[in-house]
Ligand binder design. Structure first.
Ligand code: HEC
Ligand SMILES: [Cu+2]
Length: 374
């Protein structure tokens, strides 16, 4: 039965033929836990597994022994113990004790997972189609984290594509960084659809739900890199929004905060009144809208929204002022570019993911980017 489920019999043959030393690498287990609640979950996983194995052995041993010992050829007569109160109490109590014995520690762990009180710091995690934003509540650092695997490794329309990286689809341009040994509270939400912040080694798999803020917590005990993925089917690029968390010693973390702060864009200036006008204008005020949108600030929109990807060329976006990257795109003409920026194209989300932007603001940003690439 089990063999039937092996992908290819060849795998089995290889495993059997491999020397024992090589086999040492093939242990079957979940990833090593790296946070207290993950440790508890790991202990529960194996604890419950041992209970299951013990029950399996006892039940099957009793069954096979009974079948063998009381077989018909030995002239066995079936014992009659209908309505035997003693035995009914025993076979109700034993499973009850086993179940409560497992449920008790499981419930304790669940409650512990939900208790983010007394945290040393908080990070607001916002999911977008298809990237993550980390907003450090105390340290004032805020950034987007995108898939870093190049598109050329992903697309296989014309053959197998480029050679894949070791951490293919599990690598980002800007990882979330946390200090080791500190209790970090995560405030998880979403900007569009339901996503899931899932990092197996932390034992955290929390939905990000638009309009709700859910919390979770981690205390990473060892410096290192921990990887995960969005656990909800959140749209066509669902597989392309990995999570990478790097845990650093507190001093290194402080240095990272300083470095990130230097990179942060200045606070955006308050939106000029003209930008609010198109949305507020009543229907039929066509002329006024046109006049207002003419004043929309393309550079301002670019600096607040589009720069996230186009500034560095993250996730396959044509880089700002990179003439070679823009040349073939500019050939499509302004109308097509406007349309693609508003409706989205490939890995580019509609309006760069900022649905609060007016169409005019997006068009102005496209014009600004196009002018810089000419
Ligand atoms: C999440 C990352 C991201 C953000 C934010 C983003 N873009 Fe893009 N953009 C991309 C990617 C990726 C492409 C390449 C899409 C493709 O051709 O498959 C792209 C392509 C474009 C193109 C070329 C489209 C074409 O037809 O070749 C324009 C124009 C553009 N973006 C404008 C904008 C504007 C304006 C903003 C800000 C309002 C913005 N982008 C924000 C990722 C982004
Ligand atoms: Cu998602």
């Amino acid at each position: 039965m089990f063999l039937k489920h092996l992908r290819a019999p060849r795998t089995l043959a290889l495993l059997l033929a491999a020397p024992a030393a090589a086999l040492a690498d093939y242990h079957v287990d979940i990833l090593p836990p790296a946070s207290p609640t993950a440790q508890d979950a790991y202990a529960l996983h194996w604890g419950v597994m041992y209970v299951c194995i013990a029950i399996f052995i006892v039940v099957f041993a009793a069954m096979f022994w009974s079948i063998y010992k009381h077989r018909r050829s030995m002239g066995a007569k079936a014992a009659q113990f209908h309505e035997n109160t003693t035995i009914e109490i025993i076979w109700t109590l034993v499973p009850l004790i086993v179940l409560v014995g497992m449920a008790w520690p499981a419930t304790k762990t669940m409650l512990e997972m939900k208790d983010a009180s007394g945290a040393d710091m908080a990070i607001k995690v916002t999911a977008y189609q298809w990237r993550w934003e980390y907003d450090y509540q105390q340290d004032g650092v805020r950034f987007l984290s995108h898939l870093a695997t190049p598109r050329s490794q992903i697309d296989e329309y014309n053959g197998p594509g480029a050679a894949k990286n070791d951490n293919y689809l599990l690598e980002v341009d800007e990882p979330m960084v946390v200090p080791v040994g500190k209790k970090v509270r995560l405030l998880i939400t979403s900007n569009d659809v339901i996503h899931g912040w899932y990092v197996p080694q932390f034992g955290v798999n929390q939905y990000g739900i638009p309009g709700f803020v859910k919390d979770a917590w981690i205390t990473v005990d060892k410096p290192g890199t921990y990887r995960g993925q969005c656990s909800q089917i959140c749209g066509k690029e669902h597989g392309f929004m990995p999570i990478v968390v790097v845990a650093k010693a507190p001093e290194e973390y402080a240095a990272w905060v300083k470095q990130m702060k230097a990179k942060m864009p200045a606070e955006p200036a308050p939106a000029p009144a003209a930008e609010a006008a198109p949305a507020a204008a009543p229907q039929g005020a066509g002329e006024k809208v046109a006049a207002a949108s003419a004043k929309v600030d393309g550079k301002g929109t670019y600096d607040t929204t589009c720069v996230a990807c186009h500034g560095t060329g993250a996730a396959g976006a044509p880089k700002f002022a990179d003439k070679a990257a823009w040349a073939p795109r500019l050939k499509q003409g302004a109308a097509a570019l406007h349309d693609h920026a508003i409706k989205g194209k490939g890995a580019m989300p509609p309006k760069g993911g900022n649905m609060a932007l007016s169409d005019a603001a997006v068009k102005a940003a496209v014009d600004y980017m196009a002018a810089a690439a000419k």
